[in-house]
Design a protein around this ligand. Structure first.
Ligand SMILES: *[C@@H]1O[C@H](CO)[C@@H](O)[C@H](O)[C@H]1NC(C)=O
Ligand SMILES: *[C@@H]1O[C@H](CO)[C@@H](O)[C@H](O)[C@H]1NC(C)=O
Length: 440
């Protein structure tokens, strides 16, 4: 009897252990990826892109499925969107303008791309984007014309100010009456508008315009694809911003810069002086300070991005302190190093920005050190194309960790955790209303 129970006990033990073992074998992916996401020992073992993601951003279905509401037969008038600033800011405002035109049942004329002083050029909409492609792909979403009807063609549009910043800007109340009265108006969309309250057909027009109907002109796309071909693969596109004007504008204090950089920043300071003392510290903790190339290299290393990685530097020509990055990551290429000299010097600001955009939506991975208009546009286009290796560095996280006195391995570990969680949860990418979160 006793012998029997012991035997039984052992059989049960063996069976249970085998079952446990089997279970462990069958579940490795979920178990181990949990460890990758939440474990302690991940730094240095895998790079950031191997972290298992929990969510992914994709174009929302209501937009991809098209435009359920038929366009009205009669137009309420013609709208021209006037866009200012850098290429990606103009694009953002134009996309918003398309949504507004549909909201008001207006017909869109081609936008005016105002050339900001620093572009030093005359690159308009048609110089950057393929007009016929745009019109064709907006079919059914909103009416677009190249030419105005003769009775208003000779007029300049009446400019309607949409810049009111308080609360929701109401286009029905403030713009529609002027549109109906003048028949031809120009607007620059307000930042504060509540696009999430638009009816779906207006949002769909915005999304279609921004992410499907805008394509670079054929000649620009050819140039861009030559550039893309010339970059060693696979590669990371790194959007680094550390130019004198934007650093001056940030009002941040950087104690360790070279004398040349300090001079350049001072020259770019018009009326804003950098904060000092406690104010500078608080400002930095709020994530207001651009990351230096030095800091960028450190964060890249924290994410286990190999030092041999091919990096395309999507940046302007005026980057300061770039040695801070190049000393660590040596395989760096830029537009100016890859394009022929005459190509490069004949190229205008908008065109150069378009090249960086094109390379960045086609790169294996994309990292932005600053969350600007280009980063928003690129991350959305990458999501649209199913490219998920996209990450924004956390300036605020970096400031907070370093202010706690962390450094060396400890700092790297903390930076890893922070960005690993952002990446896994799709956080920080702040995609617009055209994209929806899908659980993976
Ligand atoms: C615009 O057209 C839609 C139908 O496409 C209609 O429901 C809406 O009331 C119209 N709005 C204006 C301001 O004309
Ligand atoms: C870059 O980092 C090195 C060491 O990590 C430091 O000595 C140097 O001052 C830093 N430069 C800047 C501009 O922060």
């Amino acid at each position: 009897m006793v012998v029997f129970s012991v035997k039984l006990f052992f059989s049960i033990l063996v069976v249970s252990l085998s079952l446990l073992f089997l279970l462990a074998l069958l579940l490795p992916s979920s178990l181990f990826s949990q460890i990758h996401i939440y474990g302690e020992a991940s730094l240095g073992e895998v790079d950031i892109w191997s972290v298992r993601r929990l969510v992914e951003w994709r174009p929302c279905n209501w937009w991809l499925q098209g435009h359920q509401t038929a366009l009205p037969l009669q137009t309420n008038g013609y709208i021209r969107v006037d866009c200012y600033g850098g290429l990606n800011q103009m694009r953002r405002d134009f996309c918003d303008g398309v949504g507004i035109a549909r909201l008001l049942n207006a017909t869109l004329v081609l936008p005016k791309f105002e050339v900001a002083s620093y572009w030093n050029e005359t690159s308009g909409f048609a110089d950057v984007y393929d007009v016929d492609y745009f019109i064709k792909h907006m079919n059914g979403f909103v009416k677009v014309v190249k030419e105005l009807p003769p009775d208003i063609a000779s007029k300049e549009p009446v400019r309607i100010d949409c810049s009111k910043r308080k609360g929701q800007f109401d286009y029905f109340e403030s713009v529609l009456p002027s549109l109906l009265k003048h028949k031809y108006i120009s607007i620059t969309p307000a930042m504060s508008q509540r696009r999430d309250r638009y009816p779906l057909y207006a949002k769909a027009a915005l999304c279609q315009a921004c992410y499907k109907a805008l394509r670079l002109t054929r000649s620009l796309e050819m140039k861009a694809s030559q550039l893309l071909d010339a970059i060693p693969k696979p590669f990371l596109s790194l959007h680094l911003r550390f130019e004198p004007d934007m650093v001056a504008y940030s009002q941040c204090e950087y104690p360790d810069l070279s004398p040349a950089s300090i001079k350049a920043i001072e020259a770019a300071q018009v009326d804003r002086k950098p904060w000092t003392g406690e104010l500078a510290r608080v400002w930095r903790l709020r994530g207001k300070c651009p990351l230096t190339p030095n800091e960028t290299a450190l964060i890249l290393q924290s994410l286990s991005i190999p030092l041999t990685t091919n990096i395309y530097l999507a940046a302007g020509d005026g980057l300061m302190e770039i040695e801070g990055l190049i000393d660590t990551y040596a395989n760096i290429v830029t537009k100016s190093s890859l394009l022929s000299r005459e190509d490069f010097t004949s190229m205008h600001g908008n065109t150069k920005a378009a090249l960086d955009y094109y390379v960045s939506i086609n790169s294996d991975s994309y990292i932005a050190t600053y969350f600007g208009n280009m980063d928003k546009m690129v991350s959305a286009m990458r999501a649209f194309n199913g490219l998920y290796k996209t990450l924004f560095f956390s300036r605020r996280g970096f400031a907070q960790l370093t202010s706690q006195g962390l450094n060396g391995k400890e700092l790297k570990q903390a930076l890893w955790k922070l960005h690993r969680d952002d990446f896994a949860k799709g956080r920080g990418s702040a995609l617009s209303e055209c994209f929806c979160e899908f659980k993976l």
